[in-house]
Design a protein around this ligand. Structure first.
Ligand SMILES: *Cc1c(COP(=O)(O)O)cnc(C)c1O
Length: 491
């Protein structure tokens, strides 16, 4: 059912319009000739208001989102973002605040930032927090720049290597490389954790630090975390915590107490600020007192004369983002934390872990586990179904799930797991939803053996079928190009 949605240009015909401009009530004035466009408005779509509204409403209904369906995209924590957060973020005092307003006129906004810094620090066991970075990856970049600045400040010039486990999210090695440091890979062990012998072999006086996520990208708690931190610290290196998986340990373990020196929080994952459509996100960072002077500013502190003020830490690596970070995201995260309280946050993690293990246990007879262990908030299975033809792959299973009305889980990540299917149900889903999803996964496993063509053909119910992802990446058509579209459709 490859239904083609006519582009807005194709609905256009000359002379139609959908606006009612008020009569001019100011004197007409001459524009300088240099500011006037030289050519006509060629190829500008002309439509009526209902045509425009229907066009965009129709395509908006093709969006798959947490508002419409279960969205078990592993590592991304696509949990429900409470509508209350949206309401609070829209309060005029927040939404209309100008970032250049004086501190005296923005005490409410500054107080919210101050309190959020405090909550995040308390939840994670860190002394200081900066709300600047725009996303997790930028938080990582902030951390590694701070590591480098810390070492240089102590006259330690030769620490140019960052240890990164082979299972790491791609942003970790990319961050180290962007910071101008060398990535040194540390192997994983069959038990799903870091290979300690390999770690001991790779750590050295050149180690600036290690980047690690706990739970790791296999959804497993890194049991040797205390020893890992000890080894890296003993060599003079620092521990960077990739906080993307923080959803599993809220109120249970504090990364700062496990031995991490610096960490980002993905507010758009753990703290339910929305992350559809590529953002905006927020990758606030927390760190130890030793690293606090290097944090990006401005941060918020209590002012001597009462109230709140902005300040920049003395050895700050500088700004990471214009003004105060993605402030609207900070409002949402603050609201989430205040709504749940300490006990509620702990319950979040307990239920997230319970849900992931429920899915794992109910699917593991058909979908082999990457590592046979109790998981944390997500489970990594493999799309290798016994008795199915060899050409049935994880991609086919994911596409078939679309026909069953689900957003597929993350596939082919982590890279070290063949045919990986990474399922993160999150705590905001109830048993009924999980059961329907599990039934679909079990049915797909049966189809893979009995009617594999159904999987090869999937998705059959989506507006578009299989996309040529390589071509879309290499030869993207990024704006309306009538001829290019006709060419592609003719093929
Ligand atoms: C999402 C994620 C990141 C990057 O975070 P962004 O906010 O998307 O930049 C890093 N590491 C892991 C494990 C992640 O899941």
């Amino acid at each position: 059912m490859d239904t083609y949605e006519p582009h807005i240009y194709e609905l256009s015909s000359p002379g139609k319009h959908g606006t009612n401009l008020p009569r001019m009530d100011v004197p007409e004035s001459e524009l300088p000739a240099g500011l006037l466009r030289q050519d006509g408005m060629n190829d500008f779509p002309e439509l009526t208001e209902p045509e425009v509204i229907r066009h965009y409403t129709r395509i908006s209904q093709r969006n798959v989102s947490v508002d419409t369906t279960f969205y078990p995209l592993g590592s991304c924590t696509m949990k429900w973002s409470g509508k209350l957060h949206e309401e609070v973020a829209r309060y005029a005092g927040f939404a209309a605040a100008h970032p250049l307003q004086d501190a005296a006129d923005s005490q409410g906004a500054l107080r919210l930032m101050y309190e959020l810094q405090g909550y995040l620090g308390e939840i994670s066991g860190f002394a200081a927090v900066s709300l600047q970075p725009a996303a997790g990856a930028q938080g990582e970049f902030t951390g590694i720049l701070a590591f480098r600045a810390y070492h240089l400040d102590r006259g330690d010039h030769d620490r140019l290597e960052v240890l990164v486990p082979t299972a790491a999210h791609g942003t970790n090695p990319a961050t180290a490389a962007m910071a101008g440091l060398k990535v040194v890979e540390v192997k994983g062990h069959a038990c799903g954790g870091v290979d300690m012998d390999d770690l001991r072999a790779k750590v050295s006086p050149r180690t600036a630090g290690m980047m690690l996520t706990n739970p790791n990208t296999l959804g497993l708690f890194e049991n040797q975390i205390l020893e890992i931190c000890e080894i890296v610290h003993a060599a003079g290196g620092l521990m960077y915590g990739d906080g993307a998986n923080f959803n599993a340990i809220l109120g249970i373990a504090k990364p700062g107490e496990l031995g991490f020196d610096f960490m980002h929080y993905n507010l758009h994952k753990t703290f339910t600020t929305p992350h559809g459509g590529g953002g905006p996100g927020s990758g606030a960072v927390g760190c130890t007192a030793e690293l606090a002077p290097f944090l990006p500013g401005p941060r918020v502190r209590l002012a001597d004369g009462g109230g709140y003020e902005l300040f920049t830490p003395e050895k700050s690596i500088g700004r990471m983002k214009a003004f105060h970070g993605n402030f609207g995201m900070l409002v949402r995260a603050w609201t989430y934390i205040r709504t749940l309280g300490a006990e509620g946050l702990r319950e979040v993690s307990e239920i997230a872990v319970l849900n992931a293990n429920y899915v794992r246990v109910r699917l593991m007879d058909l979908y082999p586990q990457a590592v046979e262990r109790i998981c944390m908030h997500e489970t990594v299975l493999r799309g290798q179904i016994a008795g199915a033809p060899k050409d049935i792959r994880t991609l086919d299973i994911a596409k078939r799930l679309i026909d069953y009305g689900f957003h597929p889980p993350t596939v082919y990540f982590p890279l070290i797991v063949p045919e990986a299917l990474m399922i993160e149900p999150t705590e905001t889903e109830g048993k009924r939803t999980l059961d329907v999803f599990i039934d679909a996964m079990r049915q797909i496993a049966r189809e893979a053996v009995e009617t594999p063509e159904l999987l090869h053909e999937a998705p059959t119910t989506a507006p578009v079928r299989r996309l040529d992802e390589v071509r879309a990446a290499r030869q993207p058509i990024l704006r309306y190009d009538r001829e290019a579209i006709a060419r592609v459709r003719a093929e």
